[in-house]
Design a binder for this molecule. Structure first.
Ligand code: ADP
Length: 240
C-alpha cells in the first residue's frame, strides 16, 4: 500500500484515464436505471422513486464533475482571472458558515465559528476565498458523523490563518500527503458515496496559492482533521 502510494504519479495519461473513469461510472448508472424505468421493471411506485433518486444524484454528480474539470482546466491554462482587493476574512467566513449551517444541523453537527475580527485584511479574491472555505467546511460536514466542526480566524506575528477542524473519520498518515492531488480520494468508494469528485482540494490549493497563501492539513484517523490556510503578513503588502 505504502509503495503504491509512493508510486502515485499524476501523469497526463493517468489524468485522462481518471476523467474517463469518473465519467463512465455515473453514465452507467444513468443508462441502467433509466432503462429499468423505461421498461417498467419495478413493482411499486416507491421502487420507481428510488430509481429516480439515483438518476437525480448521478446527474448532479456529473454536473459537479464537469464544473470542477472546467475550473481545473482554466487554472492549468492560467486563465483564472482573480479580482484582487483587500478583503476581511471574518466577513468571508460569516457568509460561508451561513451557507453550510443547514447541512451541518441536518446531520446533527455543531458548527462553531471563533473569529478574531481584528485580524489584518488580506489581498485576495473574496468570492474565490469563500469558495475555498465553503469547500473545506462542506468536506468537514461530509466526512464527520458526530461531534463538531469549528472554524477559527486568527493571527500570529507573521501570518493570518483560517483553520477548519472537525471530529470526523480522519485521514491516515500514509494518505495525508496526497489529498491535494487531483482525483485523489481516500477510501474511494466511501467518498464516491458522499458525492465527491476528488478534485475539490486540488482546486482549493491552487486558488489559495494564486492568492499568495498556503494550505496545510493535519489529521488523525478516527479522531478528526484540520485544514489551515495561511497568508503571510509581509507578502500582504504590510497591511495592518
Ligand atoms: P472529494 O470531492 O472526493 O471530497 P476532495 O479533493 O475535496 O475530494 O478531497 C480529497 C479526499 O480527501 C476526499 O476524498 C476525502 O477522502 C479526503 N478528505 C477531505 N476532507 C476531509 C475531511 N475533512 N475529513 C476526512 N477526509 C477528508
Amino acid at each position: 500500500m505504502a509503495e503504491e502510494l509512493q508510486n502515485y504519479r499524476d501523469t497526463r495519461q493517468e489524468f485522462f484515464a481518471n476523467i474517463s473513469h469518473e465519467l463512465r461510472t455515473p453514465i452507467t448508472y444513468l443508462e441502467g436505471y433509466s432503462k429499468v424505468i423505461k421498461d417498467r421493471l419495478y413493482s411499486t411506485e416507491e421502487e420507481r422513486d428510488q430509481y429516480l433518486d439515483v438518476l437525480h444524484q448521478e446527474a448532479k454528480r456529473l454536473q459537479h464533475l464537469v464544473d470542477d474539470l472546467f475550473e481545473l482546466s482554466k487554472m492549468e491554462e492560467g486563465k483564472v482571472s482573480l479580482s484582487l482587493e483587500w478583503i476581511d476574512l471574518a466577513e468571508v467566513i460569516d457568509n460561508a458558515v451561513q451557507k453550510v449551517q443547514l447541512k451541518a444541523s441536518d446531520k446533527g453537527l455543531i458548527l462553531r465559528a471563533s473569529l478574531n475580527r481584528s485580524t489584518a485584511w488580506v489581498h485576495g479574491d473574496g468570492l474565490r476565498m469563500e469558495q475555498v472555505i465553503l469547500n473545506l467546511l462542506e468536506n468537514s460536514v461530509r466526512y464527520t458523523e458526530q461531534g463538531e466542526i469549528s472554524i477559527t480566524l486568527g493571527q500570529t506575528e507573521s501570518y493570518v490563518f483560517v483553520a477548519v477542524k472537525d471530529t470526523g473519520i480522519g485521514i491516515s498518515e500514509d494518505e495525508l500527503p496526497y489529498v491535494f492531488e487531483r482525483f485523489y480520494r481516500v477510501e474511494k468508494s466511501r467518498s464516491r458515496q458522499h458525492g465527491g469528485t476528488g478534485l475539490g482540494l486540488s482546486i482549493a490549493k491552487k486558488l489559495i496559492e494564486l492568492q499568495g497563501g498556503e494550505i496545510f492539513v493535519s489529521s488523525k484517523l478516527g479522531e478528526g482533521t484540520t485544514f489551515e490556510i495561511r497568508f503571510k503578513l509581509e507578502e500582504q503588502g504590510g497591511s495592518i
